[in-house]
Design a protein around this ligand. Sequence first.
Ligand SMILES: [Zn+2]
Length: 60
Amino acid sequence: MSANKQIECPSCALYSDREELVCPYCGYEFPELSTSRKWVAWLMAFLMIWPLSKLIDLLF
Ligand SMILES: [Zn+2]
């Protein structure tokens, strides 16, 4: 009933909040969530590089 927002830690088998990136009990980093975090990091990098490449186009 209320388990859909919880994630089971593969390291200590305890349930924690789905929004947690790291298990609050043992410190295990959930791979599924850290992958989405990497995507956000890539997106941020892209958004920073994109206007920079436009600036280079204007200069050359
Ligand atoms: Zn854990």
